[in-house]
Design a protein around this ligand. Structure first.
Ligand SMILES: Cc1ncc(COP(=O)(O)O)c(C=O)c1O
Length: 416
């Protein structure tokens, strides 16, 4: 029996999908301990948007480590945090006219969601949350309890004080009626405090809400005195092209949760952005030991300066997203009788094959071809593509060809 089977909990998951021992990585490629190369179109579930071991960010990390600078600092003032805050304000907040303060929460996406929910309850006095089918917000107890995507899964987490509305791809007046009725009815008579939404859902199926619906949510929340929390843990930091996935809508959230890709290098880091006038926390009311990861502040600053000083990177991601969507449409057209549908926004894309077994077989066939892709969505029926944003066009084409080959192997068998 190997060390993993003997010593690691049964809860382990990804290693069962990709049963090799990974050793090194660079850009969009991971190598196993026998130096076999895998093209990574999963990117650490969206953490490695700026590639594995991005050389410029590695340089920053190495020089930080060699210099004797602080690594851990709770939420004390540090040089790295100051630089990060200034850079974030200049490159991200100001150009988007967002008057928000930064709360360092650490170090996971779930922690950011916990903090957001607690603040929303503090501001509104109401605990119940309105969310959406397919929403995923993390595995801590409260975050899991508002993650509709976990409903019915084998988990002890209890979905509670929570109502999930259907996902809205193209808004109709029925969606607006349902929103209005649900918000006015409350949860078992108790008023809602927050609307929690991923403007583009990750685990829910790589699917983007209708921007008009997002704008309508904002208006309704303002009318009824609720807070809007945008969970940008997976779709944020450029994944959909724009820095925030809600940018092209009127969602205008009160709190934004960011984690995963925010350090640029894959280091644990999470922050919340809070509309300035709603930052009513008492000092120390929400703490956490790992809020001051200075290595992550330093690499994040460099990532922002490198990729977000102008709009070139954003345009490039949108261009790459089109390449991926075209390839997914081509696959869907090839197997027309199987009625696949294509989802996506920027480089958060998926092919809904409407069959759990088929999606699983495709990801396994892809892995045999040394391409790493995962499934997502209700029943894991969507083959999800989440390559690093730094993947070259050539690598994208290569990976999409491998995916198409995997479909050819699996679908020929299932159509026959
Ligand atoms: C949208 C979203 N929110 C929150 C989380 C939870 O983040 P973490 O796993 O870092 O707690 C995830 C993780 O996949 C996510 O996709």
């Amino acid at each position: 029996m190997n060390a993993f089977e003997q010593l690691e909990s049964n809860v382990r998951y990804y290693c069962r999908r990709w049963p090799v021992v990974f050793a090194t990585s660079h850009g969009s490629t991971i190598f196993d301990e026998d130096s076999k190369a895998y093209l990574d179109f999963f990117a650490g579930a969206g953490v490695l948007s700026y590639g594995h071991n991005n050389p410029e960010l590695v340089e920053v990390a190495l020089s930080h480590l060699r210099s004797g600078k602080l690594l851990h600092s709770l939420d004390t003032f540090t040089v790295e945090k100051r630089e990060f805050l200034h850079t974030f304000e200049e490159l991200i907040l100001k150009p988007r006219h967002m008057d928000m303060v930064v709360q360092t929460v650490g170090p996971t996406g779930a922690t950011a969601v916990e903090a957001a929910l607690q603040l929303a309850q503090r501001v509104t006095g109401n605990r119940a949350v309105l969310g959406f089918e397919g929403g995923y917000h993390g595995m801590s107890y409260r975050a899991a309890s508002v993650s509709a995507s976990l409903a019915g899964r084998e988990t002890v987490a209890h979905i509670g004080d929570f109502v999930a509305l259907p996902f809205v791809k193209e808004m109709t007046s029925d969606d607006l009626d349902l929103l209005d009725r649900t918000l006015r009815a409350g949860f078992e008579g108790e008023k809602f405090g927050a609307i929690l939404i991923e403007a583009t859902q990750g685990e829910g199926g790589a699917r983007a809400f209708d921007p008009d619906y997002l704008s309508a949510l904002r208006l309704k929340a303002t009318e009824l005195g609720l807070m809007v929390i945008a969970d940008e843990v997976q779709a944020g930091v450029g994944r959909t092209g724009t820095f925030f996935s809600f940018e092209e809508s009127g969602l205008d959230p009160d709190i934004v949760c960011l984690s995963k890709a925010i350090s640029g290098l894959g280091l644990p880091m999470a922050i919340n952005l809070i509309r300035r006038n709603l930052d009513t926390w008492n000092s120390g009311e929400f703490t956490g030991t790992f809020r001051g990861n200075n290595l992550a502040f330093a690499t994040s600053t460099k990532m922002l300066q490198t990729y977000w000083s102008d709009s070139l990177f954003e345009q490039d991601t949108k261009h790459k997203g089109t390449l991926v969507l075209d390839a997914l449409h081509a696959i869907a057209n090839t197997y027309e009788s199987l009625d696949f549908s294509v989802n996506g926004n920027g480089l958060l894309c998926g092919l809904d094959v409407k069959d759990t077994e088929l999606a699983d077989q495709v990801t396994r066939a892809a892995f045999e071809r040394q391409l790493i892709v995962e499934t997502c969505g209700a029943g894991d029926k969507v083959v999800k593509l989440l390559p690093p944003l730094t993947t070259t066009d050539e690598e994208l084409r290569q990976g999409l060809q491998l995916l198409s080959d995997a479909f050819a192997e699996v679908c020929v068998a299932s159509v026959a």
